[in-house]
Design a protein around this ligand. Structure first.
Ligand code: URA
Length: 433
Protein backbone atom coordinates (compact mmCIF):
# COMPACT_ATOMS: atom_id res chain seq x y z
CA UNK A 1 0.00 0.00 0.00
CA UNK A 2 3.05 2.25 -0.04
CA UNK A 3 1.97 3.83 -3.34
CA UNK A 4 -0.95 5.57 -1.59
CA UNK A 5 -0.67 9.10 -0.31
CA UNK A 6 -3.12 11.49 1.32
CA UNK A 7 -3.23 14.21 -1.39
CA UNK A 8 -4.15 11.59 -4.03
CA UNK A 9 -6.91 10.11 -1.85
CA UNK A 10 -8.27 13.60 -1.10
CA UNK A 11 -8.12 14.60 -4.79
CA UNK A 12 -9.98 11.43 -5.84
CA UNK A 13 -12.89 12.24 -3.54
CA UNK A 14 -12.72 16.00 -4.21
CA UNK A 15 -13.21 15.24 -7.91
CA UNK A 16 -16.19 12.96 -7.22
CA UNK A 17 -14.41 9.62 -7.59
CA UNK A 18 -15.01 6.39 -5.69
CA UNK A 19 -12.32 5.48 -3.15
CA UNK A 20 -10.85 2.00 -3.54
CA UNK A 21 -10.92 -0.46 -0.62
CA UNK A 22 -7.13 -0.12 -0.38
CA UNK A 23 -7.32 3.68 -0.23
CA UNK A 24 -9.98 3.56 2.52
CA UNK A 25 -8.04 1.01 4.60
CA UNK A 26 -4.84 3.03 4.16
CA UNK A 27 -6.29 6.40 5.08
CA UNK A 28 -8.18 5.14 8.16
CA UNK A 29 -5.17 3.21 9.41
CA UNK A 30 -2.86 6.15 8.65
CA UNK A 31 -5.08 8.64 10.46
CA UNK A 32 -5.53 6.36 13.48
CA UNK A 33 -1.75 6.04 13.83
CA UNK A 34 -0.83 9.64 13.05
CA UNK A 35 0.61 9.13 9.54
CA UNK A 36 -2.26 11.11 8.00
CA UNK A 37 -2.43 14.62 9.51
CA UNK A 38 -5.52 16.34 10.93
CA UNK A 39 -5.54 18.88 8.10
CA UNK A 40 -5.46 16.09 5.51
CA UNK A 41 -8.29 14.19 7.17
CA UNK A 42 -10.23 17.47 7.51
CA UNK A 43 -9.92 18.04 3.76
CA UNK A 44 -10.98 14.46 3.02
CA UNK A 45 -13.98 14.73 5.37
CA UNK A 46 -15.07 17.92 3.62
CA UNK A 47 -14.69 16.20 0.23
CA UNK A 48 -16.84 13.29 1.52
CA UNK A 49 -19.35 15.80 2.90
CA UNK A 50 -19.61 17.48 -0.51
CA UNK A 51 -19.39 14.44 -2.84
CA UNK A 52 -20.85 11.63 -0.72
CA UNK A 53 -19.99 7.94 -0.90
CA UNK A 54 -21.50 4.95 -2.68
CA UNK A 55 -22.80 2.10 -0.44
CA UNK A 56 -19.67 -0.03 -1.01
CA UNK A 57 -17.45 2.84 0.18
CA UNK A 58 -19.61 3.36 3.29
CA UNK A 59 -19.40 -0.36 4.10
CA UNK A 60 -15.61 -0.40 3.68
CA UNK A 61 -15.09 2.87 5.60
CA UNK A 62 -17.19 1.44 8.47
CA UNK A 63 -15.27 -1.87 8.44
CA UNK A 64 -11.94 -0.01 8.44
CA UNK A 65 -13.08 2.02 11.47
CA UNK A 66 -14.18 -1.16 13.29
CA UNK A 67 -10.80 -2.74 12.44
CA UNK A 68 -8.93 0.29 13.79
CA UNK A 69 -9.47 -1.09 17.30
CA UNK A 70 -10.77 -3.91 19.42
CA UNK A 71 -14.11 -5.68 18.95
CA UNK A 72 -15.71 -6.71 22.25
CA UNK A 73 -17.32 -10.12 22.69
CA UNK A 74 -19.48 -10.67 25.75
CA UNK A 75 -21.12 -13.89 24.57
CA UNK A 76 -19.45 -15.89 27.36
CA UNK A 77 -20.93 -13.71 30.12
CA UNK A 78 -23.78 -14.73 32.41
CA UNK A 79 -25.69 -12.49 34.81
CA UNK A 80 -24.75 -13.20 38.41
CA UNK A 81 -28.50 -13.49 39.08
CA UNK A 82 -29.18 -15.97 36.20
CA UNK A 83 -26.02 -18.01 35.57
CA UNK A 84 -27.67 -20.52 33.18
CA UNK A 85 -28.72 -17.96 30.53
CA UNK A 86 -26.52 -15.94 28.15
CA UNK A 87 -26.98 -12.17 28.37
CA UNK A 88 -29.66 -10.53 26.22
CA UNK A 89 -27.16 -7.99 24.84
CA UNK A 90 -28.90 -5.15 23.04
CA UNK A 91 -28.15 -1.48 22.50
CA UNK A 92 -29.69 1.70 21.13
CA UNK A 93 -28.08 4.66 19.40
CA UNK A 94 -29.52 7.97 18.27
CA UNK A 95 -28.30 9.92 15.26
CA UNK A 96 -28.25 13.05 17.38
CA UNK A 97 -31.06 15.26 18.60
CA UNK A 98 -31.91 18.28 20.72
CA UNK A 99 -32.96 17.58 24.30
CA UNK A 100 -32.35 13.93 23.40
CA UNK A 101 -31.71 12.56 26.87
CA UNK A 102 -33.50 9.29 26.04
CA UNK A 103 -30.55 6.98 26.76
CA UNK A 104 -30.62 8.09 30.42
CA UNK A 105 -34.11 6.78 31.26
CA UNK A 106 -34.07 4.07 28.56
CA UNK A 107 -31.10 2.05 29.78
CA UNK A 108 -32.49 1.52 33.30
CA UNK A 109 -35.91 0.62 31.87
CA UNK A 110 -34.51 -2.18 29.72
CA UNK A 111 -32.11 -3.25 32.50
CA UNK A 112 -35.12 -3.61 34.80
CA UNK A 113 -36.78 -5.80 32.14
CA UNK A 114 -33.77 -8.13 32.03
CA UNK A 115 -31.78 -6.86 29.02
CA UNK A 116 -28.05 -6.14 29.17
CA UNK A 117 -26.67 -3.01 27.51
CA UNK A 118 -23.02 -2.48 26.60
CA UNK A 119 -23.25 1.13 25.46
CA UNK A 120 -20.37 2.94 23.77
CA UNK A 121 -21.70 6.50 24.00
CA UNK A 122 -20.53 9.80 22.55
CA UNK A 123 -19.94 13.38 23.56
CA UNK A 124 -21.73 16.36 22.04
CA UNK A 125 -21.42 16.65 18.28
CA UNK A 126 -22.20 19.87 16.41
CA UNK A 127 -25.41 21.37 17.78
CA UNK A 128 -26.48 18.10 19.45
CA UNK A 129 -25.74 17.02 23.01
CA UNK A 130 -23.87 13.86 24.00
CA UNK A 131 -24.87 11.25 26.57
CA UNK A 132 -21.41 11.28 28.17
CA UNK A 133 -21.37 15.06 28.65
CA UNK A 134 -24.76 14.78 30.32
CA UNK A 135 -23.96 11.85 32.62
CA UNK A 136 -20.64 13.42 33.64
CA UNK A 137 -22.69 16.27 35.14
CA UNK A 138 -23.33 13.78 37.98
CA UNK A 139 -20.60 14.27 40.59
CA UNK A 140 -17.94 11.55 40.27
CA UNK A 141 -19.48 9.76 37.26
CA UNK A 142 -16.87 8.31 34.94
CA UNK A 143 -17.27 6.86 31.47
CA UNK A 144 -13.62 5.81 31.19
CA UNK A 145 -14.15 2.13 31.91
CA UNK A 146 -11.68 -0.70 31.31
CA UNK A 147 -12.89 -3.77 29.46
CA UNK A 148 -12.77 -5.75 32.72
CA UNK A 149 -14.93 -3.19 34.44
CA UNK A 150 -17.45 -3.23 31.57
CA UNK A 151 -17.62 -7.04 31.83
CA UNK A 152 -18.06 -6.84 35.57
CA UNK A 153 -20.92 -4.32 35.29
CA UNK A 154 -22.67 -6.38 32.62
CA UNK A 155 -22.44 -9.42 34.88
CA UNK A 156 -23.49 -7.64 38.07
CA UNK A 157 -26.04 -5.02 37.04
CA UNK A 158 -26.65 -5.46 33.29
CA UNK A 159 -25.28 -2.24 31.77
CA UNK A 160 -22.23 -0.07 31.22
CA UNK A 161 -22.05 3.33 29.52
CA UNK A 162 -18.54 4.07 28.34
CA UNK A 163 -16.42 6.29 26.15
CA UNK A 164 -15.51 4.18 23.13
CA UNK A 165 -11.82 4.13 24.19
CA UNK A 166 -10.19 1.22 22.35
CA UNK A 167 -13.31 0.61 20.24
CA UNK A 168 -13.16 2.18 16.78
CA UNK A 169 -10.42 4.67 17.76
CA UNK A 170 -10.58 6.00 14.19
CA UNK A 171 -14.11 7.18 14.93
CA UNK A 172 -13.02 8.89 18.12
CA UNK A 173 -10.51 11.02 16.18
CA UNK A 174 -12.77 11.61 13.18
CA UNK A 175 -15.78 12.42 15.39
CA UNK A 176 -13.81 15.11 17.25
CA UNK A 177 -12.54 16.52 13.95
CA UNK A 178 -16.01 16.57 12.36
CA UNK A 179 -17.35 18.44 15.38
CA UNK A 180 -15.07 21.42 14.67
CA UNK A 181 -14.84 21.34 10.85
CA UNK A 182 -18.55 21.61 9.96
CA UNK A 183 -18.58 18.07 8.53
CA UNK A 184 -21.08 16.45 10.85
CA UNK A 185 -24.12 16.60 8.56
CA UNK A 186 -23.05 13.87 6.15
CA UNK A 187 -24.92 10.60 5.61
CA UNK A 188 -21.83 8.41 5.01
CA UNK A 189 -19.98 9.97 7.96
CA UNK A 190 -22.92 9.60 10.37
CA UNK A 191 -23.69 6.03 9.27
CA UNK A 192 -20.07 4.88 9.56
CA UNK A 193 -19.52 6.69 12.86
CA UNK A 194 -22.58 5.21 14.54
CA UNK A 195 -22.18 1.72 13.13
CA UNK A 196 -18.42 1.37 13.72
CA UNK A 197 -18.94 1.87 17.47
CA UNK A 198 -22.04 -0.27 17.57
CA UNK A 199 -20.50 -3.18 15.62
CA UNK A 200 -17.42 -3.11 17.87
CA UNK A 201 -19.12 -2.84 21.27
CA UNK A 202 -20.44 -6.40 21.58
CA UNK A 203 -24.24 -5.88 21.39
CA UNK A 204 -26.07 -8.80 19.74
CA UNK A 205 -28.87 -6.61 18.37
CA UNK A 206 -29.36 -2.91 17.84
CA UNK A 207 -32.16 -0.33 17.74
CA UNK A 208 -31.47 3.02 16.08
CA UNK A 209 -33.32 6.26 16.71
CA UNK A 210 -32.96 8.18 13.46
CA UNK A 211 -34.01 11.79 13.79
CA UNK A 212 -36.10 13.62 11.20
CA UNK A 213 -36.66 17.38 11.00
CA UNK A 214 -35.12 20.79 11.72
CA UNK A 215 -33.02 19.65 14.69
CA UNK A 216 -31.64 16.54 12.93
CA UNK A 217 -28.29 16.50 11.15
CA UNK A 218 -29.95 15.57 7.84
CA UNK A 219 -32.70 17.99 6.96
CA UNK A 220 -35.11 16.05 4.77
CA UNK A 221 -37.18 13.01 5.66
CA UNK A 222 -35.90 11.29 2.51
CA UNK A 223 -32.28 11.67 3.68
CA UNK A 224 -33.13 10.41 7.18
CA UNK A 225 -34.88 7.40 5.66
CA UNK A 226 -31.82 6.67 3.53
CA UNK A 227 -29.58 7.01 6.60
CA UNK A 228 -31.78 4.58 8.53
CA UNK A 229 -31.81 2.04 5.68
CA UNK A 230 -28.02 2.36 5.24
CA UNK A 231 -27.36 1.67 8.93
CA UNK A 232 -29.90 -1.16 9.15
CA UNK A 233 -28.19 -2.80 6.14
CA UNK A 234 -24.73 -2.31 7.70
CA UNK A 235 -25.84 -3.92 10.97
CA UNK A 236 -27.58 -6.86 9.33
CA UNK A 237 -24.66 -7.47 6.94
CA UNK A 238 -22.29 -7.61 9.92
CA UNK A 239 -24.26 -10.09 12.00
CA UNK A 240 -25.95 -7.56 14.34
CA UNK A 241 -29.72 -7.60 13.62
CA UNK A 242 -30.65 -3.92 13.41
CA UNK A 243 -33.89 -1.96 13.19
CA UNK A 244 -34.64 1.77 13.30
CA UNK A 245 -37.36 4.13 14.42
CA UNK A 246 -37.62 7.40 12.48
CA UNK A 247 -38.59 10.01 15.08
CA UNK A 248 -39.55 13.66 14.94
CA UNK A 249 -36.84 16.19 15.77
CA UNK A 250 -38.46 19.45 14.68
CA UNK A 251 -39.04 20.48 18.29
CA UNK A 252 -36.73 19.68 21.24
CA UNK A 253 -37.56 16.56 23.23
CA UNK A 254 -38.94 17.34 26.66
CA UNK A 255 -38.51 20.68 28.41
CA UNK A 256 -34.74 20.83 28.86
CA UNK A 257 -31.75 21.17 26.54
CA UNK A 258 -28.22 21.06 28.00
CA UNK A 259 -26.32 18.76 30.34
CA UNK A 260 -27.39 18.64 34.02
CA UNK A 261 -30.85 20.01 33.19
CA UNK A 262 -31.40 16.94 31.00
CA UNK A 263 -30.25 14.61 33.79
CA UNK A 264 -32.79 16.25 36.16
CA UNK A 265 -35.56 15.72 33.63
CA UNK A 266 -34.52 12.08 33.14
CA UNK A 267 -34.76 11.56 36.90
CA UNK A 268 -38.34 12.91 36.75
CA UNK A 269 -39.13 10.29 34.08
CA UNK A 270 -37.55 7.54 36.17
CA UNK A 271 -39.65 8.70 39.12
CA UNK A 272 -42.80 8.06 37.07
CA UNK A 273 -43.38 11.64 35.81
CA UNK A 274 -41.62 13.80 33.24
CA UNK A 275 -42.68 15.15 29.86
CA UNK A 276 -45.00 12.92 27.84
CA UNK A 277 -42.83 12.95 24.67
CA UNK A 278 -39.75 11.75 26.60
CA UNK A 279 -41.80 8.99 28.22
CA UNK A 280 -43.38 7.99 24.88
CA UNK A 281 -40.06 7.71 23.06
CA UNK A 282 -38.36 5.94 25.98
CA UNK A 283 -41.10 3.30 26.03
CA UNK A 284 -41.22 2.92 22.23
CA UNK A 285 -37.47 2.33 22.05
CA UNK A 286 -37.57 0.03 25.09
CA UNK A 287 -40.28 -2.06 23.43
CA UNK A 288 -38.12 -2.39 20.29
CA UNK A 289 -35.00 -3.26 22.29
CA UNK A 290 -36.75 -5.90 24.37
CA UNK A 291 -38.31 -7.43 21.25
CA UNK A 292 -34.93 -7.43 19.47
CA UNK A 293 -33.38 -9.10 22.53
CA UNK A 294 -36.09 -11.79 22.59
CA UNK A 295 -37.62 -10.66 25.92
CA UNK A 296 -40.60 -8.81 24.49
CA UNK A 297 -43.05 -10.14 27.10
CA UNK A 298 -42.03 -7.68 29.84
CA UNK A 299 -43.79 -4.34 30.39
CA UNK A 300 -41.34 -1.39 30.27
CA UNK A 301 -43.97 1.11 31.51
CA UNK A 302 -44.35 -0.85 34.75
CA UNK A 303 -40.64 -0.29 35.56
CA UNK A 304 -41.28 3.47 35.67
CA UNK A 305 -44.33 3.00 37.89
CA UNK A 306 -42.85 0.50 40.34
CA UNK A 307 -39.46 2.22 40.75
CA UNK A 308 -37.40 -0.69 39.41
CA UNK A 309 -35.99 1.46 36.55
CA UNK A 310 -34.95 4.12 39.10
CA UNK A 311 -33.23 1.41 41.16
CA UNK A 312 -31.34 0.27 38.05
CA UNK A 313 -30.28 3.85 37.27
CA UNK A 314 -28.96 4.29 40.81
CA UNK A 315 -27.04 1.02 40.50
CA UNK A 316 -25.56 2.11 37.14
CA UNK A 317 -24.51 5.53 38.43
CA UNK A 318 -23.02 4.05 41.61
CA UNK A 319 -21.10 1.40 39.62
CA UNK A 320 -19.54 4.21 37.56
CA UNK A 321 -18.54 6.30 40.57
CA UNK A 322 -21.40 8.80 40.46
CA UNK A 323 -23.06 10.29 43.53
CA UNK A 324 -26.71 11.19 43.03
CA UNK A 325 -26.93 12.71 46.50
CA UNK A 326 -24.80 15.68 45.34
CA UNK A 327 -26.88 18.47 43.79
CA UNK A 328 -26.59 18.68 40.01
CA UNK A 329 -24.71 21.80 38.89
CA UNK A 330 -26.75 24.65 37.42
CA UNK A 331 -25.41 27.82 35.79
CA UNK A 332 -25.48 30.78 38.16
CA UNK A 333 -25.97 33.41 35.44
CA UNK A 334 -29.53 33.24 34.13
CA UNK A 335 -31.84 35.09 31.79
CA UNK A 336 -35.56 34.59 31.28
CA UNK A 337 -37.44 35.12 28.03
CA UNK A 338 -41.04 36.16 28.65
CA UNK A 339 -44.13 36.21 26.43
CA UNK A 340 -44.78 39.67 24.93
CA UNK A 341 -48.53 38.91 24.84
CA UNK A 342 -50.90 36.06 25.61
CA UNK A 343 -51.96 33.33 23.19
CA UNK A 344 -50.86 29.84 22.27
CA UNK A 345 -47.25 28.74 22.00
CA UNK A 346 -46.48 28.13 18.34
CA UNK A 347 -43.80 26.00 16.70
CA UNK A 348 -40.47 25.75 18.50
CA UNK A 349 -37.40 25.35 16.30
CA UNK A 350 -35.12 22.66 17.74
CA UNK A 351 -32.10 24.12 15.94
CA UNK A 352 -32.52 27.58 17.52
CA UNK A 353 -32.85 26.11 21.02
CA UNK A 354 -29.87 23.79 20.40
CA UNK A 355 -27.67 26.67 19.28
CA UNK A 356 -28.72 28.73 22.30
CA UNK A 357 -27.67 25.87 24.63
CA UNK A 358 -24.42 25.47 22.72
CA UNK A 359 -23.68 29.22 23.01
CA UNK A 360 -24.34 29.00 26.76
CA UNK A 361 -21.48 26.46 27.01
CA UNK A 362 -23.30 23.11 26.85
CA UNK A 363 -21.21 22.07 23.79
CA UNK A 364 -17.75 22.66 22.34
CA UNK A 365 -16.29 25.04 19.76
CA UNK A 366 -12.78 23.51 19.91
CA UNK A 367 -11.71 19.86 20.20
CA UNK A 368 -11.37 18.62 23.76
CA UNK A 369 -12.77 21.81 25.28
CA UNK A 370 -14.57 21.19 28.61
CA UNK A 371 -18.33 21.68 28.52
CA UNK A 372 -20.24 23.52 31.22
CA UNK A 373 -22.35 20.93 33.02
CA UNK A 374 -24.73 23.61 34.31
CA UNK A 375 -25.31 25.30 30.94
CA UNK A 376 -28.66 24.86 29.24
CA UNK A 377 -32.18 25.99 28.48
CA UNK A 378 -35.45 25.21 30.29
CA UNK A 379 -38.51 25.39 28.07
CA UNK A 380 -41.54 26.46 30.09
CA UNK A 381 -44.12 26.35 27.29
CA UNK A 382 -44.18 23.73 24.53
CA UNK A 383 -46.05 24.11 21.21
CA UNK A 384 -49.83 24.18 21.66
CA UNK A 385 -49.74 25.22 25.34
CA UNK A 386 -51.56 28.40 26.49
CA UNK A 387 -49.36 31.38 27.28
CA UNK A 388 -50.20 34.45 29.42
CA UNK A 389 -48.65 37.85 28.66
CA UNK A 390 -45.43 38.33 30.64
CA UNK A 391 -45.12 34.63 31.51
CA UNK A 392 -41.70 32.93 31.37
CA UNK A 393 -41.20 30.94 28.16
CA UNK A 394 -37.52 29.99 28.53
CA UNK A 395 -34.85 30.19 31.23
CA UNK A 396 -31.20 30.20 30.12
CA UNK A 397 -28.35 29.06 32.41
CA UNK A 398 -24.59 29.51 32.12
CA UNK A 399 -21.52 30.07 34.26
CA UNK A 400 -20.37 32.74 31.80
CA UNK A 401 -22.72 35.76 31.73
CA UNK A 402 -21.06 37.18 28.60
CA UNK A 403 -22.47 34.18 26.69
CA UNK A 404 -26.07 35.21 27.36
CA UNK A 405 -26.53 37.80 24.55
CA UNK A 406 -25.41 35.38 21.79
CA UNK A 407 -27.63 32.64 23.23
CA UNK A 408 -30.62 35.00 23.36
CA UNK A 409 -29.94 35.92 19.72
CA UNK A 410 -30.06 32.22 18.72
CA UNK A 411 -33.43 31.83 20.45
CA UNK A 412 -34.81 34.91 18.72
CA UNK A 413 -37.01 33.74 15.86
CA UNK A 414 -37.02 30.11 17.13
CA UNK A 415 -40.49 30.48 18.73
CA UNK A 416 -43.80 32.27 18.24
CA UNK A 417 -46.91 32.97 20.27
CA UNK A 418 -50.10 33.15 18.18
CA UNK A 419 -53.85 32.62 18.09
CA UNK A 420 -53.93 29.03 16.94
CA UNK A 421 -52.14 25.84 17.94
CA UNK A 422 -49.45 24.66 15.52
CA UNK A 423 -49.88 21.43 13.57
CA UNK A 424 -49.21 18.38 15.77
CA UNK A 425 -46.71 15.91 14.37
CA UNK A 426 -46.48 12.27 15.41
CA UNK A 427 -43.33 11.57 17.46
CA UNK A 428 -42.74 8.17 15.87
CA UNK A 429 -42.69 8.75 12.12
CA UNK A 430 -41.91 5.23 10.92
CA UNK A 431 -40.14 1.98 11.67
CA UNK A 432 -37.53 0.53 9.35
CA UNK A 433 -36.11 -2.98 9.37
N1 URA B 1 -23.77 9.72 16.66
C1 URA B 1 -22.55 9.25 16.31
O1 URA B 1 -21.98 8.41 17.00
N2 URA B 1 -21.99 9.73 15.21
C2 URA B 1 -22.58 10.64 14.42
O2 URA B 1 -22.00 11.01 13.42
C3 URA B 1 -23.85 11.13 14.78
C4 URA B 1 -24.44 10.64 15.91
Amino acid sequence: MSHLDAPTVIRTKRDGGVLSDAAIDWVIDGYTHGRVADEQMSALLMAIFLKGMVPAEIARWTAAMVNSGERFDFSDLRRAAAPSRPLALVDKHSTGGVGDKITIPLLPVVMACGASVPQAAGRGLGHTGGTLDKLEAIQGFTAELSKDRIRQQLRDIGAAVFAAGDLAPADRKIYALRDVTATTESLPLIASSVMSKKLAEGARSLVLDVKVGRGAFLKTEAESRELAATMVDLGNANGVPTRALLTDMNCPLGRTVGNSVEVSESLEVLAGGGPSDVVELTLALATEMLDAAGIGDSDPAETLRDGSAMDCFRALVAAQGGDLTCPLPIGTATETVTAPYGGIMGDLDAMGVALAAWRLGAGRARPGEPVQFGAGVRIHRKPGEPVAAGEALFTLYTETPERLPAALAELDGAWTVGDTAPMQRPLIVDRIG
